[in-house]
Design a protein around this ligand. Structure first.
Ligand code: NAD
Length: 487
């Protein structure tokens, strides 16, 4: 693996009420490049008092306007300009995301930045379509329904898709007329800061969008507990989500939680095995396995098990793992040290549980950087920890099955229910099995295919609420019935 030269970006501050400000305490932290373990820049590190200033700014911007009361076409115009601004700053956004998260640059350019601009356009186009409804009433009365914004939205995002997951919340929340306080992930806040600059330059009024950096236990908790916040939109782990739901109940906030996953990717005996192996690679290792919708359990019909595993490991043999700034790289490092430690821990757990290391098992890297090459466990049973618990790294657990019913039972046999997939040439089987899988999204003969209209979200311990698509904007609207007596 090559080692990239030290790359930096400008230091960052908090963005509150349309201004860049230091934290009240003056605290800063270094943001670390996971490929080199060197500092990329310093950022201001907020606390509850910074968060309070941001909430007050967002509150004023909502209560006094003009954002929620702007004509729809004006709101849409600003959002279209934000999309243009994201594209114009695409190279810088891609570089920030690559340096911060360790994602390959071809991917941050080709997916993260492109999708962020497209999602803004998708919801900008929806602003003028937010119709209400009229309902039957007496001859001398009128009944109609308005769809109104919720108020101040607190957006809390994880480290693995910093730009995209922020935009999944910010774009529909703004389209619906809300104002926002965003708390990005502790480890990867750099694109959130650039996005704030782009949004301000596009003409978003002061206070409508605020960014407070800081750790989850301090700034995240303060956002969840703040009485001036109407809704929390959270993406992160199931453990944090549970704590957050309990904390939000004190002020009866509306909450949506997009949580962890342990997706099952099922390969039936009649599948196109070359295509299924490619999909299994995407499902297991996309974003170095740091993907909530990963198919980290590969369920394979016993009759094609060995052939499929051989095809998959042949792909792994030639996949470029290394410097995320190199154009050819497909898998970069883990995003931070704790993720690498977690991968090492689960490799040891799987081995101790008696699964077979069919591929990899060592980091395969010396020198700086949180790299770990792909790992494939075979001979696993559905009750093992490597088959039940979210690892969030490049570790795939392969489980054989004999019947369709058994595949469905294993697939549904974890607490999670985010994503699932299946590979078959049999149309009836595809629809029948897809209907039985407990997951918010099911892919047939593919994995991780997305359109802006592809809404996703959890069943079971993977959370509730949906992002993207028309469902995504519903999470930021409330309905008001107005009954008018005209007698
Ligand atoms: P995490 O739960 O550790 O942190 C997520 C965010 O919550 C961070 O910004 C963190 O600072 C904040 N936070 C931490 N404690 C908090 C508290 N007490 N109150 C409020 N906020 C708090 O998750 P992570 O490690 O950053 O991300 C990985 C997890 O996210 C995985 O479980 C993954 O599956 C999940 N994820 C889910 C989706 C989805 O759409 N369902 C998408 C991406 C990631």
């Amino acid at each position: 693996m090559t080692t990239q030269p030290a790359q930096t970006v400008s230091d960052g501050e908090l963005f509150i009420d349309g201004k860049w400000v230091p934290s009240a305490s003056g605290a800063t932290v270094d943001i670390v490049n996971p490929a080199t373990e060197t500092a990329i820049c310093k950022v201001a590190w907020g606390d509850a008092s910074d968060l309070d200033r941001a909430v007050q700014a967002a509150r004023r911007a909502f209560d006094q306007g003009p954002w929620p009361t702007l004509p729809a076409k004006e709101r849409a115009r600003i959002m279209f300009r934000i999309a243009d601004g994201i594209e114009a700053a695409g190279e810088e956004l891609a570089l920030r995301e690559t340096l911060d998260v360790g994602k390959p640059i071809s991917f941050t350019r080709g997916f993260d930045v492109r999708a962020a601009a497209e999602i803004f356009r998708y919801y900008a186009g929806m602003v003028e379509m937010l119709e209400g409804a009229a309902r039957p009433a007496g001859a001398r009365s009128l009944q109609y329904i308005r769809r109104e914004p919720l108020g101040v939205v607190g957006a809390i995002t994880p480290f693995n898709f910093p730009l995209n997951l922020a935009v999944n919340k910010i774009a529909p929340a703004l389209a619906a007329g809300n104002t926002i306080v965003h708390k990005p992930a502790d480890q990867t806040p750099l694109t959130a800061l650039k996005l704030a600059e782009i949004m301000a330059e596009a003409g978003l009024p002061e206070g409508v969008h605020n960014v407070v950096l800081g750790d989850g236990a301090t700034v995240g908790s303060a956002l969840v507990e703040h009485p001036g916040v109407d809704k929390i939109s959270f993406t992160g782990s199931t453990a944090t989500g549970k704590r957050l739901i309990a904390a939000a109940s004190a002020t009866l906030k509306k909450v949506t939680v997009e949580l962890g996953g342990k997706g099952a990717n099922i390969v039936f005996a009649d599948a196109d095995l070359d295509a299924a192996a490619q999909a299994a690679f995407q499902a297991g290792f996309f974003n170095t396995g740091q993907f909530c919708m990963s198919g980290s359990r590969l369920l394979v019909h016993r009759s094609v098990h060995d052939e499929l595993v051989a095809k998959l490991t042949a792909i792994l043999d030639v996949i470029p793992v290394g410097d995320p700034l190199a154009e050819a790289t497909v898998l970069g490092p883990l995003a931070h040290r704790a993720q690498l430690d977690k991968v090492l821990e689960y490799v040891a757990i799987g081995t101790a549980e008696g699964a077979t290391l069919a591929y990899g098992g060592e980091p395969g890297h010396e020198g700086p950087g949180f790299y770990h090459r792909p790992v494939v466990f075979t001979g696993a049973t559905a009750d093992m920890r490597i088959a039940q618990e979210e690892i969030f790294g490049p570790v795939l657990t392969v489980i054989p099955f004999d019947t369709d019913d058994e595949a469905v039972e294993i697939a549904n046999g974890t607490p999670y229910g985010l994503a699932a997939g299946l590979h078959t040439r049999d149309l009836k089987r595809a629809h029948n099995v897809a209907g039985r899988l407990e997951a918010g999204i099911v892919w047939v003969n593919t994995w991780a295919a997305f359109e802006n209209s592809t809404s996703f979200g959890g069943y079971k311990a993977s959370g509730f609420g949906r992002e993207l698509g028309p469902e995504g904007i519903e999470e930021y609207l409330q309905y008001k019935t107005i009954y008018v007596n005209v007698d």
